[in-house]
Design a protein around this ligand. Structure first.
Ligand SMILES: *Cc1c(COP(=O)(O)O)cnc(C)c1O
Length: 403
């Protein structure tokens, strides 16, 4: 066997998919899997969605890349649609979630700089957060396991222990003139589908208004319909000043965006930021096609309905397997099974039984199916879960021991 030429950064499962259709993936040796990972919340419309495939092929025949030296009509169109559907007035296109966060961080700092407060660059974040793997975003996430060995942590990020409004108040009253913004996922993904209460987000919005700090949302995972609203902030009836998105908006094509209010975006004058690939015509064609579907009349309601159905069925499983399941979390089609043990065994067992899921922090197994699933896929997933939990239960309760 030849040596693996890839960095060994990933612990990959030994599966090799060569085809996908809707929520299903097929391996080289013709095994089918129900995909409740969706490329970690990326394949929002499932695999090989005909409308996305057509949009990409059509653009591929025209022009792939021109750079931001020139006009890109697809950017204008997609930005316009994103602004009409959200709080935002301005959009910057990127290639990934972390780059969208980088743009949000730079924009927040530059906003205060432009307003005569160059020392106001600190960003408050929260324990359990995940904002990406660049040097700034690992500092923002604050997790030791991602920071270790990469030199000094980028300055200007302070992680608060909990989404507790008193903690934020304290930090802001101590040094409001240093704090550029507060960055938060409205529902923590990698951290373990940890819910943030709407009342906290409302209080946070009010506190940011009082102190002039910017409210910065990371909706890279929660955005574009995942929780049953176009963006999760809508559940709390607030709006942010800055928002990072990616994952679902590309439906599998790698791109992201940073959205901002007009006031805030104004600080980013010509030359302050850029990206070679960001907003490339192929990405824009796919992004516009994703929005065609997600903005259809009943699309979001169906996510809420199916999410609720799935959550109820998961709650019933939690009742049946109290030795293994602690509780069910999340909203829409961003759900978590909080397990009593690390979920690695359950994840492997599910894979054996044809269901793909994703682990997360806090002993949580994440379910992130394509947003297009229906009752049939939900039934298949629940029966794979039931079978896997039953098999693990047999291992948990062995013959009474002799001693
Ligand atoms: C995935 C994710 C990121 C990072 O996105 P990349 O595209 O991997 O850079 C950032 N924030 C959240 C909430 C995410 O889920």
């Amino acid at each position: 066997m030849t040596k693996n030429p890839l960095f060994s950064t990933y612990a990959r499962a030994n599966l090799n998919f060569i085809r996908g259709e809707g929520a299903w993936l097929t391996t080289e040796d013709n095994r089918r899997f129900l995909d409740f990972a969706a490329g970690v919340a990326v394949n929002s419309l499932g695999h090989a969605h005909p409308h996305l495939v057509a949009a990409l092929k059509e653009q591929a025949d025209k022009v792939w890349h021109v750079s931001n030296l020139y006009e890109i009509p697809g950017q204008q169109k997609l930005a316009q649609r994103l602004c009409e559907a959200t709080f935002a007035d301005k959009v910057f296109f990127t290639n990934s979630g972390a780059e969208s966060l980088e743009c949000a961080i730079k924009t927040a700092r530059r906003y205060h700089y432009a307003n005569g407060q160059p020392d106001r660059y600190e960003i408050l974040t929260f324990d359990g957060a995940f904002h990406g793997r660049t040097l700034a975003t690992i500092a923002a996430g604050g997790q030791e396991k991602y920071l270790e060995g990469f030199g000094p942590k980028a300055p200007g990020f302070t992680s608060l222990a909990e989404p507790d409004i008193e903690l934020v108040k304290q930090a802001l009253s101590d040094r409001a003139d240093k704090i550029a913004g507060v960055l938060i996922e409205p529902l923590q993904g990698e951290g373990g589908i940890r819910e943030i209460s709407p009342s906290f987000l409302k209080a946070l919005r009010a506190l940011c208004d009082e102190t002039g700090s910017l409210l910065m949302l990371d909706e890279v995972q929660t955005g574009v319909g995942r929780t049953g609203k176009l963006f999760a902030y809508e559940w709390a009836q607030i709006t942010p000043d800055l928002m990072a998105i990616a994952k679902g908006i590309g439906g599998g094509f790698p791109f992201g965006a940073c959205l901002a209010t007009g006031d805030v975006a104004e600080a980013m004058i010509p030359g302050t930021h850029g990206s070679t690939y960001g907003g490339n015509p192929l990405a824009m064609a796919v992004g516009n096609a994703v929005l065609d579907i997600v903005l259809e009349d009943t699309f979001l309601q169906k996510i809420s309905d199916n999410g609720l159905l799935l959550k109820q069925k998961l709650a019933a499983l939690a009742d049946s397997y109290p030795d293994q399941i602690d509780s069910i979390r999340g909203q829409g089609l961003m759900l978590g099974i909080k397990c009593k043990q690390p979920p690695a065994d359950l994840l492997a067992k599910l894979r054996d039984n044809g269901l793909l899921c994703v682990p997360a922090g806090d002993n949580v197994l994440r379910l992130l199916p394509p947003l297009t699933i229906g009752q049939e896929e939900i039934e298949v997933a629940i029966s794979a879960l039931n079978k896997s939990l039953a098999e693990l239960q047999d291992d948990l309760s062995p013959e009474p021991s002799a001693s």
